[in-house]
Design a protein around this ligand. Structure first.
Ligand code: 13P
Ligand code: SF4
Length: 340
């Protein structure tokens, strides 16, 4: 589908990670994307951390579990993943016969990067009696070294599905790992990885905000550090946090996760106030720079030219898929199925 593309744009794709083409500034991108969706039988799956304009045009917005479940059962010919690389890889592993597009291949993840598969393989070899549970925020190659995947929605149920006497390695997020140790009482071996966004929140500034808004509830994602989680009124995945804000009687929330989720929170509860938990410095560090690499322009270009595409070696799909299937089975048995 690269007809009409300049040779330079194709040549630059690897280096830039996206199709850097001139787009007519008068083009109605939203209308064009809607047209392409219909013409190509494409589905746009977007994570809550995407820019609001991308969330608004998506067919499905969700957390990592919901997005995987949707990718596994869609009958679209093309999955356009408005998220980061490991999410699009997961979609490709679940639906290998489909074309999976990611608007910007350089939309990575600091957490996935913190667990390089060759290092992890050596670590695993030292503990051959351990079962490996990996957070879905890891590379496709790491999934080939994993027994069961999990997301922040189902992590407790996944750990509890493993017999008590069975030792466990948990990778790559140490904060989620510590949270799970506390929650399940299981003593797991933890890999020392973390997310750059969820470790940036300022304890001091949050304390000041709580003094300013004594009625506010602090809600946090389990990728946050233990000292923050200890003071949170509610801890949950992005979907868990969103649902909590809908049912809670509180009117003000300090939200300790990536700020993109505020768009859906505000839409669902227009009468409530949502304050993004402030980062330690004055940058926009509570926004994920990887998630935010995707733009409406890149989304349009990738749908028009069907590039860049996620291509995985067959052995990765063959060896990496079982841990995701296992996760989906356990989630379904626990009733953790996205309703949309
Ligand atoms: P969830 O979507 O599972 O809440 O995870 C958040 C996240 O960090 C995704 O990158
Ligand atoms: Fe990765 Fe953190 Fe960004 Fe999620 S928010 S994609 S875990 S860097």
């Amino acid at each position: 589908m690269s007809q009409g593309l300049s040779a330079t744009a194709v040549k630059n794709l690897d280096r830039k990670g996206y199709l850097d083409i001139d787009i007519d500034p008068t083009l109605d991108l939203v209308a064009e994307i809607q047209r392409l969706k219909k013409e190509k039988n494409a589905i746009i799956l977007a994570h809550y951390y995407q820019e609001s304009d991308i969330q608004d045009i998506a067919d499905y917005i969700g957390d990592s579990l919901g997005l995987s479940q949707k990718a596994a059962k869609t009958d679209a010919d093309i999955i356009v993943f408005a998220g980061v690389h490991f999410m699009a890889e997961t979609a490709k592993m679940l639906s290998p016969e489909k074309k999976v597009l990611l608007p910007d291949l350089k939309a990575g993840c600091s957490l996935a990067d913190s667990c390089p598969p060759p290092l992890f393989r050596k670590f695993k070899e030292k503990h051959p009696d351990h079962v490996v549970v990996s957070y879905i925020n890891c590379t496709a190659e790491l999934k080939t070294l994993t027994d069961i995947c999990c997301t922040s929605t189902n992590a407790v149920q996944i750990i509890e599905s493993i017999p008590k006497e069975q030792p466990i390695i948990f990778a790559p997020d140490i904060n989620l790992g510590r949270y799970l140790v506390k929650k399940t009482g299981r003593d797991m071996l933890l890999w020392n990885g973390s997310c750059m966004v969820h470790e940036i929140f300022s304890h001091e500034k949050i304390t000041k905000l709580r003094m300013q808004y004594p009625e506010a509830e602090l809600i946090a994602h389990p990728e946050c550090e233990p000292h923050l989680l200890e003071t949170a009124d509610f801890i949950g995945s992005t979907t868990g946090l969103l649902n909590y804000t809908k049912r809670s009687a509180a009117k003000v929330f300090i939200v300790a996760t990536e700020a993109g989720i505020l768009h859906q929170m505000q839409k669902a509860s227009p009468d409530k106030t949502f304050i993004p938990a402030p980062p330690e410095n004055t940058c926009a560090c509570n926004e994920c720079p990887h998630m935010k690499r995707n733009t409406l322009e890149k989304l349009y270009a990738c749908m028009e030219y069907e590039l860049p595409e996620i291509i995985l070696p067959q052995w990765i799909i063959d060896e990496g898929r079982a841990c995701i299937d296992r996760m989906l089975e356990i989630s379904a048995a626990a009733g953790l199925v996205s309703k949309d």
